[in-house]
Design a protein around this ligand. Structure first.
Ligand code: NAP
Length: 244
C-alpha cells in the first residue's frame, strides 16, 4: 500500500489532505503539534476508508523531531511515497510591533519545517517505487504573491516555500517531483477570526464569490501527486482571486 505523510494534519487543510489520500488508497501518517485528539479524529477518518493510519506528535520546526516523525512513518507504515509539507502558523502583527522571536517562530514553523521533513524523507522517497514518481508537495499561500503588511513574516515564509520548491525540484529530479499549492482564502481555524465586515471585503475580491474549503486544496494536492510531468510548479487555488 502506498504511504503518505501529511504534516499538520490534525485540523483544517492537512486533515482534508490526509482524508483525500486515504480515499485514494494511501496509508497515512497523521502529524500534529498540540491537537492530539483532533489528530486521532483524522486518523479515524483515514481508517474509515480502509487504510492504515499512524498518529505522530512532532514539532516539525525541530529538525530532530521531524526526523523522528519520518522514521516513525517509515517503520510503522512500511515506507514513504509522498510527503505533504502542510504545517503552518500565522500571526497578524505590523512590523513595528513584531518581535524577532515571533518572526523566527513563524519562519521556523513554516519554512524550516519544509527543509527538516524533506531532508529526513529524501532517502526513503528516492527508494520508493511509487507510480508515477514519489513526490513532495509544499503548502504556500496567495500571500506569497500579494504580500501582506500585517503578516510580513507569514507572507515571506510562503514566498520562501515557492523558491525552495523550485530548488528541490531541480535537485531531486528525476527521482522525486516537488511542487507547491498556493491556497487563497480557505475556511479553517486559521481564518476563523474574521469580522463580518472583513469577510464581505475578502469575498468581494474572490470572483467565485465564496471561500475555498479544505477539500478544494486536497484536490489540487492529489493532482500534483499524480501529475508525472509536473515538477517545480506552484498551483494557485483561490477562486480567481489572483487573476489580474
Ligand atoms: P489550521 O487550521 O490552523 O491548521 C494548522 C495545522 O498545522 C494544524 O494541524 C497544526 O497542528 C499544524 N501545526 C502548526 N504548527 C505545527 C508544528 N510546529 N508542527 C507540526 N504541526 C504544526 O491551518 P490551515 O488553514 O489548515 O493551514 C494549513 C496550511 O495551509 C498552512 O501552511 C497555511 O499557512 C496554509 N494556508 C492556509 C490558508 C487558509 O486560508 N486557511 C491560505 C493559504 C495557505 P496542531 O493543531 O496540533 O497545533
Amino acid at each position: 500500500m502506498p504511504v503518505a505523510l501529511v504534516t499538520g494534519s490534525s485540523r483544517g487543510i492537512g486533515a482534508a489532505i490526509a482524508e483525500r489520500f486515504a480515499a485514494d488508497g494511501y496509508d497515512v501518517a497523521v502529524n500534529y503539534h498540540t491537537s492530539e485528539d483532533a489528530a486521532e479524529e483524522t486518523a479515524d477518518a483515514v481508517r474509515a476508508h480502509g487504510q492504515d493510519a499512524l498518529v505522530v506528535g512532532a514539532d516539525v520546526a525541530d529538525p530532530d523531531a521531524a526526523a523522528r516523525l519520518v522514521d516513525a512513518a517509515v517503520d510503522d507504515l512500511g515506507g514513504l511515497d509522498h510527503v505533504v509539507n502542510n504545517a503552518g502558523i500565522d500571526q497578524h502583527v505590523y512590523t513595528e510591533e513584531l518581535s524577532p522571536d515571533d518572526f523566527d517562530r513563524v519562519m521556523d514553523t513554516n519554512v524550516n519545517s519544509v527543509f527538516n521533513v524533506t531532508k529526513a524523507a529524501l532517502g526513503t522517497l528516492r527508494d520508493s517505487d511509487a507510480e508515477p514518481t514519489p513526490s513532495v508537495t509544499n503548502v504556500s499561500s496567495i500571500l506569497a504573491y500579494t504580500g501582506a503588511p500585517i503578516e510580513v513574516h507569514y507572507a515571506g515564509s510562503k514566498g520562501a516555500i515557492i523558491s525552495i520548491t523550485k530548488s528541490h525540484a531541480r535537485d531531486f529530479a528525476p527521482d522525486v517531483r516537488v511542487n507547491a499549492v498556493a491556497p487563497g482564502h480557505v475556511e479553517t481555524d486559521m481564518t476563523s477570526d474574521r469580522s463580518e465586515a472583513e469577510k464581505r471585503e475578502e469575498l468581494a475580491e474572490i470572483p467565485m464569490g465564496y471561500y475555498g474549503q479544505p477539500a478544494d486544496i486536497a484536490e489540487a494536492v492529489a493532482y500534483l501527486r499524480d501529475a508525472r510531468f509536473v515538477t517545480g510548479e506552484t498551483l494557485n487555488v483561490n477562486g480567481g482571486e489572483l487573476m489580474r
